[in-house]
Ligand binder design. Structure first.
Ligand SMILES: Nc1ncnc2c1ncn2[C@@H]1O[C@H](COP(=O)(O)OP(=O)(O)OP(=O)(O)O)[C@@H](O)[C@H]1O
Ligand SMILES: [Mg+2]
Length: 269
């Protein structure tokens, strides 16, 4: 039986590569055919579902968990021929109801943890589960964060609100998780969208970053540069290394691989 690692890339700031990083990490890990991976979309924007699967679909979604639908009936198996060891729990716009309906459940912050345990046979065969959230610290997020073995906070270069979002999230989660007796599962921060060019904004960002000792101390040495290759690979539904396989020594491939190595060293992957 696999020793499942459930991972969330998170920040309360939107548009800072959370979904992309989940998908590209999953594609990269899937090259080891012995590993089984589940992508779990919990965002009503359903960007992950759209990127990896389809824009419109009639499949069951995370929302059906509220009706106690079993994992086997929700999980879409082997949807990408290049990576048949990746499965999907999709989302769609109706996920907006999930948050509202959760409110009426007892111990609502642990609803997904209960569903997970009720479906342990189906879920425990995965080596990695990536939960993709909207950029909101809401009840849905709390449910996934409570389940997570590791949370990796993404911070976007020159984006001061992504730093504030990271700090705000850490403060809230530290309070809430201690209430639930949950261990500190924020294991790393990663700087994404890095651009060498110094601007007025980068000075402000760099000096602001100095104030956040904890976030800074958790930051990986590897950063992910702003580049078009990740986006292109995403649209081709390919891992970065497969997309760039005919290109020698490409920085984008190297930095992404280095990020995964560091996350392995930290026990996240
Ligand atoms: N390294 C990169 N360089 C440039 N663009 C990137 C990179 N990684 C991702 N992108 C692009 O940035 C956009 C936003 O990414 P993504 O949807 O992953 O953000 P998000 O944090 O999940 O957003 P949301 O908060 O809305 O869920 C996408 O168009 C994606 O293709
Ligand atoms: Mg997203």
């Amino acid at each position: 039986m696999a020793d499942t690692k459930l991972i969330v890339f998170f920040n309360t700031k939107g548009g800072i590569y959370k979904t992309t990083t989940s998908i590209m990490t999953a594609y990269e890990l899937a090259k080891d055919k012995d590993k089984k991976i589940l992508l779990w979309d919990l965002d009503q924007q359903a960007n992950l579902t759209q990127y990896v699967y389809k824009t419109n679909h009639d499949d069951k979604t995370t929302l059906d968990m509220l009706k106690d639908v079993r994992a086997d009936e929700i999980i879409i198996k082997s949807f990408n021929k290049s990576y048949p060891n990746i499965d999907l729990i999709p989302s769609d716009i109706l996920m907006a109801k999930f948050e509202r309906e959760l409110f009426s459940f007892p111990m609502r912050e642990q609803f997904l943890a209960r569903w997970y345990m009720n479906n342990f046979d189906a879920l425990s065969k995965y080596d990695y589960i990536f939960c993709d959230l909207s950029p909101k610290y809401d009840l849905t997020a709390m449910n996934a964060l409570y389940l997570a073995d590791s949370v990796v906070v993404l911070i976007k270069d020159k984006n001061v609100s992504s730093l504030r979002g990271a700090d705000y999230f850490k403060q809230l989660w530290d309070i809430d998780r201690s209430y639930f007796n949950k261990e500190d599962n924020i294991k790393a921060t990663v700087l994404v969208g890095f651009e060498k060019k110094k601007t007025e904004l980068s000075k402000e960002f760099d000096s602001y970053l100095k104030e956040f000792d904890v976030l800074r101390s958790m930051m990986l040495n590897t950063y992910i540069r702003k580049n078009e290759f990740i986006e292109k690979a995403l649209l081709k539904k390919l891992s970065l290394t497969d997309f760039l396989k005919d290109t020698k020594d490409h920085f984008s491939r190297q930095e992404f691989t280095a990020m995964l190595e560091e996350l392995k060293e930290k026990g996240v992957l």
